[in-house]
Write a protein that binds this ligand. Structure first.
Ligand SMILES: Cc1ncc(C[n+]2csc(CCOP(=O)(O)OP(=O)(O)O)c2C)c(N)n1
Ligand code: SF4
Ligand SMILES: [Mg+2]
Length: 287
């Protein structure tokens, strides 16, 4: 018997009460994600939200979908596994700049080139918020914090250029202070077949007094159309010191699972994708 589902609403996605500081950019990212899912007619039971550790990573608890709050830097491996096991689900990986581009950087580059169909939202506040304000891989040169008291002598990681140079098929950058534009980008990222990255400037109002809402309002240049080549997208990023918002690059290409011919649906298989005998054989071989 098939059941007719009513259209999802924002209320359906409301999860636990947040402990984020008032004014934190992550509130708008969560609102944008939930709005994008509603606009696309996607229901909570059709989504898995996988996060690492950080203030931003709490989004999997505050948004009512299937969720997995994993460990620091490991959102992407778990998210990719979830998508491989349950291809019919929409998989959203999410977390912070520290989580994704620091401890999780190795997983990031391989997820980019593997091109499994999921959306990765990085809430980039250029600081470690949860652990009370240390310099992150995205902090600006000369940024002063308790871990760089004489100013940060490293330069920020250019995650978008890394993604574009390594074969990413959807790369965008948004600002949580421009909710409408950010929501549109999240919607397009979810619709994209393949790995989609949206780096979202999401100010930490408590510990980062440099990368504020005003900073992004003053500095961001808007890109209206994706650039036509990877080289051009990287050039535009460099030209503006990374301070751009918009969809920078898109390529339609068969994703990882399409190339492997994976066409099962988790819900159609009694014991999941592997049957009992297959599990026994794997046990014999590896355990
Ligand atoms: C293996 C490990 N190392 C360090 C930590 C401590 N830790 C927790 S969250 C975090 C950084 C969070 O920063 P970010 O991912 O940018 O998220 P934000 O809090 O800024 O949203 C760190 C270093 C940890 N939990 N596990
Ligand atoms: S510490 Fe910063 S990132 Fe964490 S909730 Fe507060 S404002 Fe947001
Ligand atoms: Mg951060």
């Amino acid at each position: 018997m098939s059941v007719e589902l009513k259209q999802p609403t924002l209320k359906d996605f409301k999860g636990d009460t947040s402990t984020w500081c008032p004014g934190c950019g992550h509130f708008s990212v969560m609102a944008g994600l939930q709005r994008a899912l509603v606009n696309l007619g996607i229901h909570p039971h059709e989504v898995i939200t996988v996060t690492g550790i950080g203030c931003s990573s709490k989004i999997s608890e505050y948004t009512r979908t299937y969720g997995f709050h994993t460990i620091h830097g490991r959102a992407l491996p778990v998210a990719q596994g979830a998508k491989m096991a349950a291809p019919e689900m929409h998989v959203i990986a999410a977390g912070g700049d520290g989580d994704g581009y620091g401890i999780g950087a190795g997983h990031f580059v391989h997820a980019v080139r593997r091109n499994i169909d999921l959306t990765y939202l990085v809430m980039d506040n250029s600081i470690y918020g949860l652990t009370k304000g240390q310099t992150s891989p995205r902090s600006q040169h000369d940024f002063v914090s308790k871990t760089t008291i004489k100013g940060n002598k490293e330069y920020p990681l250019d995650a978008l250029s890394i993604a574009i140079a390594n074969g990413a098929t959807f790369v965008a950058q948004a600002f949580s202070g421009d909710v409408k534009r950010m929501t549109e980008m999240i919607e397009k990222a979810i619709q994209h077949k393949g790995f989609s990255l949206v780096n979202i400037f999401s100010p930490c109002v408590t510990y980062n007094k440099v990368n504020t809402y005003d900073y992004y309002r003053d500095h961001l240049v808007t890109i209206d159309e994706p650039l036509s080549t990877r080289e051009e997208a990287i050039r535009v990023l460099k030209e503006h010191g990374g301070n751009v918002q918009g969809i920078l690059f898109v390529e339609e290409r068969d994703d990882f699972q399409k190339q492997l011919g994976i066409d099962w649906k988790m819900r159609d298989i009694e014991n999941g994708p592997m049957d009992e005998q297959m599990i026994r054989e794997l046990e014999k071989e590896f355990m």
